[in-house]
Design a protein around this ligand. Sequence first.
Ligand code: PEP
Ligand code: MN
Length: 264
Amino acid sequence: LVSRKWRVQPTVLDLGDGVTIGEGSLAICAGPCSIESEAQMEKVMAHLLENDVRLMRGGVFKPRSSPYAFRGLGMEGLKVFHRMARERGIKIVTEVMQVSQVEEMHDYVDVFQVGARNTQNFNLLDALGGVDKPVLLKRGISGTIEELLSSAEYVFSGGNEKLILCERGIRTFETASRNTLDLNAVPILKAKSHLPVIVDPSHGIGIREFVPQMALAGVLAGADGIVYETHETPETAASDGAQTLDFDESARLIRNLRRVYQLR
Ligand code: PEP
Ligand code: MN
């Protein structure tokens, strides 16, 4: 069902209030790795609005390698995130980690993110197949393109056709970067599937100073959108600061993304 053979027309998701994801426009989604506080969200949202970006990412349930690392503000944080975003006309993308969260998060999210560690959590995918909100599905840490499409098929066949595929880098033998951003996946996914494809250069390379060029390369590779991490002071971010852009870098990237998109 997610194949181009089944549906030739590209799928374009309408999130309302003029925010769309899919062919015909470039979706830009930015925000911190983790939602940390009202003050932090206030600053990020102001930055996004100044740059005419109305899709914000930010995790409240964080999958961390260490149990001692910051694991997110949970539902309390999500409720504040949602209220502040609504007040400003911003749509939110946030990670759901387990089946039981789908229902409690439902009314407070615009897009459910499935993280790379959960791409093959088939129970979670089944649960998301039954909701009426878009799902941003990340490629698994060591997942093949075919496996990503199979995971998308779970959600789609469950009845939820609002899906976005995300290339976020895979684990390879290379240790010079956090992950290996597989830009090959972009044209391949676009050819194989009618679903929108976006690129996450932040997790893809994991090195702040190189995030912008990989984001731009993602657009040239044919992505329908880019999702990346930004924070007022990346040095103090609760998670992923080393791959997070400050607002100046972010504003420059947004300008360049739009320029490069025009060249396609
Ligand atoms: C994130 O988006 O902050 C995240 C945890 O991403 P991934 O699942 O791709 O590692
Ligand atoms: Mn992150």
